[in-house]
Design a protein around this ligand. Structure first.
Ligand SMILES: Cc1cc2nc3c(=O)[nH]c(=O)nc-3n(C[C@H](O)[C@H](O)[C@H](O)COP(=O)(O)OP(=O)(O)OC[C@H]3O[C@@H](n4cnc5c(N)ncnc54)[C@H](O)[C@@H]3O)c2cc1C
Ligand code: FES
Ligand code: FES
Length: 518
């Protein structure tokens, strides 16, 4: 039996005989008495529980904010965990001068009132502080999209994000350690202390997979694809665990035992994005953050959809393959991937097969994955010439909300005539689904008003949406047609490849900035 090993405040900690689905938050608050990290929603929505994980990324360290309430403890293995106490204790207790620059900036900008949300904001801002040397306002508000504050209001918190860098840089470089040095610091002292942390992480890095045995279930964490494939064949009843942003909620909200788990997160071969035969090949362990970066590079039209997917901590932990495999009818990446003609490379033991993404979904929570099979790679074709593309997410809130409807449109035009159309919607059926009748109505037709009307009418043959708490069937049907019309209005006369509309821009109203949802 193995133990979980991680670094906390410079020391290696070992945790044994633990239930694999114990959350990082439970461990912090109940086992270690570190109650600075708060529990608000227990489902990844409010950000009160945000912590930062530092992990080796080649020779460097990478800092990721994650929601500790839905991360299982084994996710710490081989990483350094940073909580709000790590910042305060290491920076010196008690005096304002001793606070970490992020904490001091929040205090001096009056960015806290009751303080419940503050540890989460501190940690999200700390991840930004270590990750980006000069973020603009959009990067700051994106960073904070997963943190809710009920009393202070966001302006002082955004102000703190500007001032934390100046406070950090005002520390003499000889006195900066890696914790207090902002991204881009040239301090040798900071580099040396960061190198020491990296050495500690290398020392606990595993060469082989590990297993945790517990009466509630066995947890396997293979390190190679071959090992993963063998385990998956041998334990077809075990559940695959990737980032846990779906599975975590089964435990924290539904109190469902997960039984045996096979975690894919440590399989380095599956953490790569590469080019393969005219496709972007996105390994099953690539986080949503990294997958979306790679996809947005080729398809900038999708940037806004990606930005509105969960929050940075969710995108840091969750994977693209997890979103695809989960197969939720409102999985937001899926309509766009179907519209782009994505395929999946599936593996069982030594055997591989490819499947068009839309063929994965057989019914509500039913997929074509066979026992012992798993997604190895998501293959997304590179941009064909003449492609017009758009994806629209319709939800009640701009940030961090679940779609009522999500539509994606990919059209290839030649001389104003639709040569090929791929259209898919989420929220319109029991699974994400391609709109084949609508596609047929558009194909071969001039891309004009009349064709658009015919396409919208054809959507009634593709979908019979239901009413639920997010939207009525009638609303969904109307919105779907309107989204096609919007796509038409935005693309008519446009050069292909340009984002259909400029990115959402903040409007200044007095001293407050508002964002206009699409
Ligand atoms: C607060 C919050 C906000 C969210 N916002 C959004 C949103 O805006 N849009 C949206 O679409 N989703 C959203 N989600 C859902 C979730 O984040 C995504 O579905 C995510 O991509 C899941 O990936 P994961 O790696 O965390 O999957 P996990 O939770 O680890 O696994 C999900 C499922 O996929 C299976 N699985 C994982 N990897 C593989 C594989 N390689 N092969 C086969 N099966 C596999 C697992 O067994 C499990 O059934 C949100 C979730 C939370 C908690
Ligand atoms: S407690 Fe709300 S996100 Fe974790
Ligand atoms: S300060 Fe009270 S919730 Fe933010």
């Amino acid at each position: 039996m193995s133990s979980i090993r991680y670094v906390l405040d410079g020391e290696v900690r070992t945790v044994s005989r633990v239930e694999p689905t114990r959350t990082v938050l439970q461990h912090l608050r109940e086992d270690l008495g570190r109650t600075g990290t708060k529990e608000g929603c227990a489902e990844g929505d409010c950000g009160a529980c945000t912590v930062v994980l530092a992990e080796l990324d080649g020779a460097k360290l990478r800092y990721r904010a994650v929601n500790s309430c839905i991360q299982f403890l084994p996710a710490l293995d081989g990483r350094a965990l940073l909580t709000v106490e790590s910042l305060a204790e290491r920076s010196g207790h008690g005096t304002a001068a001793g606070l970490h620059p992020v904490q001091r900036a929040l205090a001096e900008s009056h960015g806290t009132q009751c303080g419940f949300c503050t540890p989460g904001f501190v940690m999200s801002l700390f991840a930004l502080y270590k990750g980006q040397p000069a973020p603009d306002r959009k990067a700051i508000t994106d960073t904070l999209a997963g943190n809710l504050c009920r009393c202070t209001g966001y302006r002082p918190i955004v102000d703190a994000a500007w001032t934390m860098y100046a406070l950090g840089r005002s520390i003499p470089t000889s006195e900066q350690d890696w914790l207090r040095a902002p991204a881009g610091s040239t301090s040798r002292a900071a580099a040396a202390s960061e190198a020491a942390l990296a050495r500690r992480l290398r020392a606990i890095r595993r060469r082989r997979g590990f297993v945790l045995r517990h009466p509630a279930g066995t947890f396997h964490a293979p390190r190679t694809v071959a090992e993963l494939a063998a385990l998956r064949e041998r334990w077809p009843g075990a559940r695959l665990l990737a980032g846990g942003t779906d599975l975590g909620l089964w435990v924290t909200k539904h109190y469902r035992p997960l039984g045996d788990l096979i975690a894919v997160g440590e399989v380095a071969e599956l953490r790569q994005v590469s080019m393969e035969d005219g496709c972007l090949a996105i390994g099953a362990v690539v986080s949503l953050t990294d997958a979306f970066d790679a996809l947005a590079h080729h398809y900038p039209e999708l940037s806004e959809l990606f930005r509105r997917f969960g929050s940075p901590p969710i995108r840091n932990a969750g994977t693209l393959a997890g979103n695809v495999a989960n197969g939720s009818p409102i999985g937001d990446s899926i309509p766009a991937l179907i519209a782009l003609g994505a395929r999946l490379r599936l593996r069982r033991g030594m055997a591989r097969r490819e499947l068009a993404l839309e063929a994965l979904y057989l019914g509500y929570q039913e997929t074509a994955l066979e026992p012992g099979e798993f997604i190895e790679t998501v293959l997304v074709p590179l941009r064909p010439p003449g492609l017009h593309l758009a994806a629209y997410k319709v939800s009640k809130r701009f940030d961090q909300d679940i779609s009522a409807v999500c539509g994606a449109f990919a059209l290839t035009l030649a001389h104003g005539v639709v040569r090929a159309a791929r259209i898919a919607f989420g929220g319109m059926a029991a699974t994400p689904k391609r709109a084949t009748a609508c596609e047929a109505a558009l194909s071969g037709q001039p891309w004009g008003e009349a064709t658009c009307v015919q396409g919208a009418a054809a959507l009634a043959r593709d979908y019979a949406p239901i009413s639920d708490l997010r939207a009525s069937a009638g609303y969904r049907a109307t919105v779907a047609g309107n989204l096609l019309r919007r796509f038409y209005l935005e693309t008519a006369g446009q050069e292909p490849g340009r984002p259909c509309r400029p990115p959402v821009s903040p409007l200044r109203v007095g001293d407050v900035q508002l964002e206009v949802a699409g």
